[in-house]
Design a protein around this ligand. Structure first.
Ligand code: IPM
Ligand code: MG
Length: 367
């Protein structure tokens, strides 16, 4: 019986609430499928600042290093907003984790079930079959990490800040490879998004993706689009995309746009994978819901646990090679939601259930 060793970093506000439901669902799947779970919890984010004085304590990082995957909740919120930017939970926990484990490939599925079309701000007739697209975001390069990154006072007394957008060809090639693999597992259509009419990094990006695809993936239909146009096309007709790939900052923005087009942040999962392999020889990864800590609804038992549950499915798929169990969880969430179990964010003013009842419905739908 395989044992799944993973770190559980629940974080702040609704993080722990949805995490415990996701672990409950995972427990049921493990019993049914015959694998054992070895989750180990550690502090991260604001909770870690309160208890240990920093957002990513050394013990937490060590635990992650000894695990085969990280199941992440979400971090940050008003309580820590007045800290210096560099110490804030998002920047001081999430970014170092991404960098430390070279988690360069962020996979964000944009999925809206047709039954939930009313949750999208788009007119339902534009998305009769719901939405099913995938955003692949480069996660360890570009403006987020480029040097110099600093604020200086100039000789004339003015103040200047600089961030650096920098990419190497090898960084672009490895994310292109991830995107091609994702495209191959779907409709073999890939759109690469850049700003090659203006940015040097984008010129290299476009050239590199095109050359890499020509050499390694003649079977994949590749197109290119400028990021401003892509932002517009995403709200005009999201399903014109199947898989799209883009650099870090563009991906941050486009994935939030994709999320709102898909109705609710409460339904969207994500996987961040790197070059590293875990003790099973599979990709080490960090799995987190897209929605954030939602301080306004924390502690009320109303948060939607589906994104966290779906993130555990991604963990089973990528870091543990348990495709069948992953698909089973995804099908159960879909069955539960389309069967009528809906938290407030996806109930459109109709009857809604709380966090616990939502995961109960998913567990019921597993069998
Ligand atoms: C995301 C978030 C993070 C990012 C923040 C919290 C650092 O917005 O994962 O998209 O900007 O990457
Ligand atoms: Mg973001």
């Amino acid at each position: 019986m395989p044992t799944l060793k993973f770190a559980v970093l629940a974080g702040d506000y609704i993080g722990p609430e949805v995490m415990s439901e996701a672990l409950r669902v995972l427990g049921h799947v493990a019993r049914r499928e015959g694998f054992a779970l070895e989750p180990t919890a550690a502090d991260v984010g604001g909770a870690a600042i309160d208890r240990h004085g920093k957002a990513l304590p050394d013990d937490t990082l060590r635990l992650c290093e000894q695990s085969d995957a990280i199941l992440f909740g979400s971090v940050g919120g008003p309580k820590w907003e007045n800290l210096p930017p560099k110490e804030q939970p998002e920047r001081a926990a999430l970014l170092p984790l991404r960098k430390h484990f070279t988690l360069f490939a962020n996979i964000r599925p944009g999925l809206l079930y047709p039954e939930l079309a009313a949750a999208s701000p788009l007119k339902s007739e534009r998305i009769p079959d719901g939405i099913d697209i995938v955003c692949i975001r480069e996660l360890t390069g570009g403006l987020y990490f480029g040097r110099p990154k600093e604020t200086t006072t100039l000789a004339d007394g003015d103040v200047q800040a600089v961030d650096t957008m920098v990419y190497r060809r090898s960084e672009i090639e490895r994310i292109a490879a991830t995107a091609i693999a994702a495209a191959r597992s779907r409709k073999k259509r890939l759109c690469s998004i850049d700003k090659a009419n203006i940015l040097e990094t984008s010129v290299l990006w476009r050239k590199t993706v095109a050359a890499y695809a020509a050499r390694h993936a003649p079977d994949v239909e590749l197109s290119h689009m400028y990021v401003d146009n892509a932002a517009m096309q995403l709200v005009r007709n999201p399903n014109q995309f199947d898989v799209f790939v883009t650099e870090n900052m563009f991906g941050d923005i486009l994935s939030d746009e994709m999320a709102v087009v898909c109705g609710s942040l409460g339904m969207l999962s994500s996987a961040s994978l790197g070059a590293g392999r875990n003790s099973l020889g599979l990709p080490f990864g960090l799995y987190e819901p897209a929605g954030g800590t939602a301080p306004d609804i924390a502690g009320k038992g109303v948060a939607n646990p589906c994104a966290q549950i779906l993130s555990t499915a991604l963990m089973l798929r990528y870091s543990f090679g348990l495709e069948e169990a992953a698909s089973r969880i995804e099908a159960a969430v879909r069955r539960a939601v389309t069967g009528g179990a809906r938290t407030a964010d996806i109930s459109f003013g109709g009857a809604c259930v709380g966090t616990r009842a939502m995961s109960d419905a998913v567990i019921a739908a597993l069998s």
